[in-house]
Design a protein around this ligand. Structure first.
Ligand code: F0G
Length: 428
């Protein structure tokens, strides 16, 4: 088999095949493009390949994305634009078992990536592809994390990055990253959905390479959240994988990863995917409850700004992921998200608000009986606590946001005052 026969780029709608190394990120018919792989190995041989650091080479051995290059982008691995990324921990905390009611709950913490979110996994592949096709500039619309990741990887590649973000709606840590890494940062007077429409129009007109999650190479990178999770579980698939959902890139990528993993005999059964949305930004959950009749876009509103999205671009693929895995979609309130976040933070783990939707969802699914006793559950934490320091400040200073805020203590500069302050908090 020649190296070029190992993957093709195919339209979801009209099934046209496109050459792999070209700058188009949508089909001429408007359909989304997907990568179709033909790996050289299956089953035990493919698992063994992923474990063989010497054969993989230094870059793939160091990156939790490029380790899986054989089924991500086999042609680029040796020359990848990589920090490296991935290799995120799979955590367990008794406190969160108790709070969620799920024993042995595992948390895949994607906040441990180089720019603090799962977006690095997709971006290493998409920016590598941008270099491959000779892009002059790269662009995305973002609620913050995609822009932070793009800015970092484009800086590494030496390509100008342009990010379209909703003015006043991006958490401070993410904005700081886009600026610091040198992206041209456009504060658009509109929401994320408007940014996504604009970036596609601008991309077409100005010939800029787009790296939103409709870019098929982004999804290939994001598949590795699931592949790495399965490898950490010795390829024993859990019963549930629970993920926060906004634009549905991850939901789409997870479904693709699982379908391929079963097709190539990496696993012998499919976990259910549970996608969790914020109540004020839940068009996918609403469609699920109507039997996925159709997507009705909403004007999104939630404190979890990462998932403040009303018109998800990967809706059709998200539907397929839920249907193929017999999974479900649910919505949780902002209050439930903050309560879950406070628990994750207090367990010493920490995450940004959108990430906590997954734990809030685990608890809701346990309480409703969907997750049954003894089932094995993995929830994805998508972003780091420091992405959104503003919400932490509000949670612990404002009354009524969470039950027991941890207020900072003003104290006079004397040992006596410190003694009294600590005594009030039960220390000394
Ligand atoms: N969690 C976090 C922390 C995110 O940043 C995002 C998406 C999601 C969950 C939802 O993932 O869109 O694949 O369903 N953030 C995008 C961005 C939209 O621009 O950073 P999804």
């Amino acid at each position: 088999m020649t190296s070029t026969s190992r993957m093709v780029v195919r339209c979801d709608d009209c099934r046209t095949d496109w050459p792999e190394a070209q700058p188009r990120t949508r089909c001429a018919c408007g359909g989304l493009l997907a990568i179709v792989h033909q790996p050289r190995f299956h089953g035990d041989a493919l698992r063994a390949h992923f474990d063989d650091d010497r054969a993989l080479g230094p870059l793939s051995a160091a990156s939790g994305v490029w380790r899986f290059a054989e089924i991500v982008q086999p042609l680029s691995a040796p020359r990848a634009v990589s920090h490296p990324e991935g290799n995120t921990p799979l955590l367990h905390r008794d406190r969160l078992d108790r709070w969620s009611g799920v024993e042995g709950l595992r948390l895949k913490h994607e906040g441990h990536n180089p720019t603090g979110s799962f977006k690095d996994r997709g971006m290493t592949v998409a920016v590598t592809q941008a270099v491959r096709v000779g892009a002059r500039a790269v662009a995305c619309a973002s609620t913050g994390n995609t822009s932070a990741a793009l800015a970092a990887y484009a800086a590494q590649a030496g390509i100008p990055a342009i990010v379209f973000v909703p003015a006043g709606q991006v958490a401070m840590g993410k904005m700081a990253q886009a600026l610091a890494y040198g992206a041209i940062t456009l504060l658009v007077e509109g929401d994320f959905d408007a940014c996504l429409r604009l970036v596609q129009e601008a991309g077409d007109e100005l010939g800029i390479y787009l790296v939103n999650s409709i870019n098929p190479f982004r999804l290939e990178g994001q598949k590795t959240i699931v592949l790495e999770l399965l490898r950490q579980l010795d390829w024993q698939a859990p019963d549930w994988i629970v993920v926060p959902a906004g634009n549905l890139g991850n939901t789409a990528a997870f479904g693709k990863a699982l379908a391929e993993a079963r097709q190539w005999r990496l696993i012998d059964r499919l976990p259910k995917i549970a996608a969790v949305q914020a109540g004020g930004a839940a068009p996918f959950a609403a469609a699920f409850s109507r039997g996925f009749d159709r997507l009705v876009p909403v004007q999104a509103e939630t404190l979890a700004t990462a998932i403040r999205i009303g018109d998800p671009a990967s809706y059709a693929r998200g539907v397929r992921s839920i249907q193929e895995t017999a999974g479900c979609v649910l919505a949780v309130t902002d209050a439930e998200i903050l309560e879950a976040k406070a628990e994750i933070d207090a367990a010493g783990v920490g995450c940004e608000p959108a990430s906590a939707a997954s734990l809030a969802g685990v608890r809701a699914l346990q309480l409703s009986g969907s997750i049954r006793p003894g089932e094995r559950v993995a929830a994805v934490l998508t972003g780091h606590l420091l992405k959104d320091p503003g919400i932490v400040d509000r949670m612990h200073r404002e009354d009524g946001m969470i039950p027991t805020p941890n207020r900072p203590e003003p104290v006079a500069a004397s040992l006596d005052a410190i003694r009294r302050a600590l005594h009030r908090r039960g220390v000394g």
